[in-house]
Write a protein that binds this ligand. Sequence first.
Ligand code: ADP
Length: 313
Amino acid sequence: MHKILTIGEILVEIIATEKGDGFRQATPLIGPYPSGAPAIFIDQVGKLGQAAAMISRVGNDDFGHVNLDRLKADGVDISGIAVDPLGTTGSAFVRYRADGSRAFVFNIRHSACGTIRFDEATRALVGTCSHLHVMGSSLYAPSVVESIIAAIEIIKSAGGTVSFDPNLRPEILDSPGMREALQAVLAKTDVFLPSGQELFLFTQAKTEAEAIAELLAAGIKVVVVKRGADGASYFDRKTTLSHPGFAVEEIDPTGAGDCFGATFVTFWLNGAKPAEALEFANASGARAVMISGPMEGASTRADLETFITAKKG
Ligand code: ADP
């Protein structure tokens, strides 16, 4: 069985229960919820029953243990997640504005996951994995970039594959070395999973068709463009497919792209036809937005089958 690996940030999310323009006005909060884009991704892989592992670092605090407990319960190999007795686990506070956009306060730059170390034990763990998923948001810290580049080398030279979701927030895009790191990962990517304008990050192309053609010509095998409530599209050298979004009530969009990507990659690695992988990934993204909390909406395969059957009526 393919074992899927991810490397990067673990944090908790704390959610304002009342809408408002940021956190200058007091609000009741709920949480902590386990979070971090690569953590959500790998939790969703584990929930599907696929072998999964994560390399990260947390503080020896409750925020770290909330994540370790959840990932372990959902079947993820957490042996590569170090517990740093001197570090702290990061946090993100999120509050919805009246217009549906979100205000964040991040406390992650100096958290334990910025000092992930690539040692003999992590190298051995990478050797047991056949696929690496990279989140662009993880490439803000030099030690994480080094670990990801080292893991890509090991996995690709053993015949494995790499998927890449830029997952970029504008505030991190200009971190030193970030654009170079994104470019280095893209050059090794087999499955590229951009959302909206992220498709145009690495190209001068003006249209979506030109951008896709350029990426496929550069050696990427599959491009999947995520389109929020409008679903997603799949492109390889022979096939172009789109799947509309499933009609659901959006409660919390955090984690949708990660659950979508995890489901797509799991199905793709297991040889599913593109249409089936896209349908299950869409269902996974749709179910994720229906539930509050970044990792709370991850689905089992049975959840997805029931959901798709119900939606098809
Ligand atoms: P990201 O979170 O990476 O920006 P999207 O917002 O495009 O990605 O969401 C990823 C996927 O989740 C979409 O392609 C779609 O399948 C699903 N999704 C997201 N929002 C909704 C929604 N409001 N209704 C139905 N499906 C959604």
